[in-house]
Design a protein around this ligand. Sequence first.
Ligand code: AMP
Length: 614
Amino acid sequence: MNTFQDLGLNDDLLQAITDLGFTKPSEVQDKAIPILLESEKDLVALAQTGTGKTAAFGFPMLQKIDIASRTTQGLILSPTRELCLQITNEMKLYGKYCKGLNVVAVYGGASITDQAREIKRGAQIIVATPGRMKDMISRRLVDITKIQYSVLDEADEMLNMGFKEDITDILSHTPEEKNTWLFSATMPREVSIIAKKFMKNPQEITVGNKNESTNNVSHEYYLVNSRDRYQALKRLSDANPDIFSVIFCRTKRDTQKVAENLIEDGYSAGALHGDLSQNQRDMVMKSFRNQQIQMLVATDVAARGIDVDDITHVINYQLPDEPEIYTHRSGRTGRAGKTGISMVIVSKSEVRKIKSIERIINQKFEKKEIPDGADICEVQLMSLANKIHNTEINHEIDKHLTSINELFADTDKDELIKKFFSVEFTRFYNYYNKSKNLNIAEGSFDSGRDGGRDYGGKSDSTRYFINVGSKDGFDWMKLKDFLKEVLELGRDDVFKVEVKDSFSFFNTENALKEKVLAFFTDFKHEGRFVNVEESQNRGGGGGKRRNDRRGGGKREGRSGGRRDDRKGGSGNRSDRRRGEGTSKPRRSDGNSNANRSRRSDSDSRPAVARRSRR
Ligand code: AMP
């Protein structure tokens, strides 16, 4: 492999590289830099985030542009504000010895006038998100008609996020004869189309295989009942005391819920999703970067552009809808030459998705078992022992040593150690002692709770009314899938689904009633509140249906009232939060206070593992 000197970079850049401590080029740099320096070619590079691709296009761009000129010559488009700022910072670091260089970040959510002023000073390179860039072009705040190099970074992400039109529009303002360098982690059809449309005979380089995740990442999956998903997450975390992880959920709601539960249970966790303000997101990211937060629970969209190098684990709390997205998720770990683990918690019905992901990433998953209580206790005990072993002595204790020694005069070393460790360990042990096995066998049914039962005419089931029907695109199968999905239920937990025009009915066993009703106190589907209410009958016969209909009428009245309540402010919000809490499996019975105290005794996390990394 080449050294940076071999690649033909100039002294200013080599000096910056030395300052940054980069000793040798990464694979994508080794492949891309010579091509971009030596020729005026378009390039398609398939490379994951974390492989050093910013420098792969950044060094050549910095070397090729005329820094003495104030004209904008390089344009880098990236999908998110975070990534845009990250690229800008990296470019500034790489170009720190390029005197007169001005790299300007252009992104939404910040003052457009300030950004325009920066550009007016003479920005040789602009790093932009497509939306804000388009805005600036239409307001004539930027001139990109003399661009020589354009970069489409994380092209697949930009297209996923719906920026195709904006990109087309932006590029139509740039000269024909410029070079375009496209970087993408995956190569879906849309990216090939863009490459064909905007690029002239691009040279293609691939780091690893197409769509393949980095080899630094190992992939594991854990098969559990869907109702045990959260418990499984906690065990995976407890079995890895030094975990520093991103946990991916599919919806903003689940993201918030999982993060809240983790925090309540004593973990150092935070949520990152689109319902948070930019300020809140910045604060969470800052805490995560500082490793004050050990577990960042995020949606795919919000996690785009996370550039934290030391992430040890990515946990797929739920699998993404599109298997390609998995590549992006797992690419958050194993960065900058480090190794990482991508874990997937799956229920029986999702196992087949693992197979399609394996084909995409061209790597095999290892099926692993959720650790049992004894394993976790051992890991925690040894972690505690190591921590104590490595702890620096606080000599403030010295002056109390005589009294302490007096107290332990009759205690031998082994006994003292046992007592000392028990202070922390016993709570942990009590929590996991007699804990159940969460693993299920691949060939078994998805839920222990419904195995072999006959739903027909069951007296222990509840019938519900729901205000969506065929008008909303549901048939019975789709509605069943939807309910199982949002409520995280097993495959037979929802039954007797009957879809009408604008409303429907379904059943669950009684034990799930509280969870179902609590979940739908504040739930929106495609912009509309979905309400669920207990119906008067168990479904099946014609007469019962009449009752069901009456339930429907009543429902409409209630839902209007509820919407008004919703404007009522924080009191309602806390009620809602409590409602959401009840949707957790562990709070499925009893009143909330009883559950709360039960939770604090047995269900929240023992103190031994509570500390954040710092
Ligand atoms: P990127 O893929 O551009 O987001 O880079 C990921 C991380 O790797 C960033 O923190 C870079 O500063 C770092 N990096 C880039 N190139 C190298 C290199 N050749 N050696 C070590 N670290 C690098």
